[in-house]
Design a protein around this ligand. Structure first.
Ligand code: AMP
Length: 393
């Protein structure tokens, strides 16, 4: 039987969010709804989740000593990572001391780095992936490109959201792709992965939740990416039965290997009946923001239920839905949004404005959500909403 005390009192439960972006903000709200105390961490002040948390700390989450200090002081019941860039070896140590890292410290450690998760999926679990080579030096890189062949995709092993990622379409791109990867990695210059370019029909995120009574799959989410970053997602992505079964089989294998409780975003490429594993987030996924309008329990609510050991007897799906990221370009410390009255006049629509304090270059600041009679209609609606939105920087 699950028993929660009152916030701030003995017996009250405490969750520490490592990362306070738009996904963390929704997790914080879901925790709050169940009376859990939320402590939000990030590297800058007024990050979205901090605005709805009980308490927050500003630090570099890659600073293991500082992270351990805060955890020793707060003694959270749950440590919930929201991003990849965390001192995950510190989380491994803290888990040994008895802390509950979501879903497991090993899962956060392996997925922080493209090499860890790729080797687990392809070499240990035998999941089909694109052909790949890792390279730590320029020489090794040139050899890797030769072995994989053109076209191929080059990514820093420590990166996400398309940072440092590029496609080699002809020999002329080889030098440039190396430079982009060396300049765009999270940890600065370093090792890269060279992957064969997958000419997929479509790509999906298969949200998979490991909870106290087993594993549940959400309807597949299709998405469209530009420069390695998500622009639009929709649910459900139409799939033939063979491909869906295979996708679920891959998702079950990789999430079982990572273990623990919570939601996972399993990213897969599909071509005909063939399913190719790309990567997995052991946490809510940005393309899964569509579930804030498509389901009664969003990916964030499901994550929290799973973490707290609460049941997930069913996941009610409300029908075809879409999301569109609002990426603001320019430099500003006071972005304004106008035209919401017109955008939200369309039925079955919603918006989340994240409340990020500033933009430098480009930043995802909001997401538009809509339901429709079909996925096409829902996508059309989020694009119409986008047309009505006026953003000033
Ligand atoms: P990632 O950060 O690895 O998820 O990559 C971001 C996006 O780049 C993916 O969602 C795909 O749209 C594209 N991409 C990544 N790897 C490949 C690949 N090997 N072949 C084709 N497209 C890829």
């Amino acid at each position: 039987m699950t028993k929660f005390g009152t916030v701030y009192k003995k017996g009250g439960k405490k969750a520490l969010l490592c990362g306070s972006g738009e996904l963390g903000k929704e997790v914080a709200i879901e925790l709050q709804r169940l009376g859990i105390q939320v402590i939000a961490l990030d590297k800058y002040e007024n990050a979205p989740a901090m605005q709805v948390a009980h308490k927050s700390y500003v630090l570099s989450m890659l600073d293991g000593a500082r992270l351990a200090e805060i955890i020793a002081e707060e003694k959270p019941d749950y440590i919930i990572p929201e991003v990849e860039a965390i001192a995950t070896s510190t989380l491994v140590e803290l888990e040994k001391e008895g802390y509950n890292v979501i879903p497991t410290a090993r899962a956060t450690f392996l997925t922080m780095n493209r090499e860890g998760i790729r080797r687990l999926a392809a070499e240990e679990l035998g999941l089909k992936t694109s052909p790949y080579r890792f390279a730590a030096t320029k020489e090794g890189y040139l050899e890797a490109v030769k072995q994989i062949g053109i076209p191929c995709v080059v990514k820093p092993i420590m990166s996400s959201s398309g940072h440092g990622q590029s496609v080699i379409k002809s020999e002329a791109d080889i030098e440039k792709a190396w430079t982009i990867a060396q300049e765009g990695g999270r940890a600065g210059a370093g090792k890269v992965i060279v992957e064969g370019f997958v000419d997929f029909d479509y790509e999906i995120t298969l949200l998979t939740v490991r909870h106290k009574d087993g594993t549940s799959f959400l309807p597949p989410i299709g998405h469209w990416q530009k420069d390695g970053d998500y622009q639009e997602s929709w649910q459900p992505q139409p799939m033939n039965n063979g491909a869906l079964e295979k996708a679920q089989e891959f998702a079950k294998k990789i999430t079982d290997a990572l273990g623990g409780r919570g939601i996972f975003g399993v990213e897969l490429f599909v071509k005909g009946d063939e399913v190719i594993f790309s990567e997995v987030s052991p946490r809510p996924h940005d393309t899964g923001m569509v579930t804030m309008i498509s389901q009664d329990l969003s990916e964030f609510a499901l994550h929290v239920r799973a973490i707290l050991g609460l049941p997930i007897p069913n996941i009610a799906f409300h029908g075809p839905s879409a999301s569109k990221a609002v990426v603001v370009r320019g430099d500003s410390e006071n972005v304004t949004f106008e035209g919401l009255d017109e955008a939200l006049a369309l039925p079955d629509t919603s918006i989340r404005i994240f409340g990020k304090p500033d933009v430098h270059d480009h930043r995802r600041m909001a997401v538009l959500l809509a339901r429709g009679a079909s996925v096409e209609e829902a996508r059309e609606k989020v694009n119409q909403m986008y047309g009505k939105l006026k953003i000033e920087i």
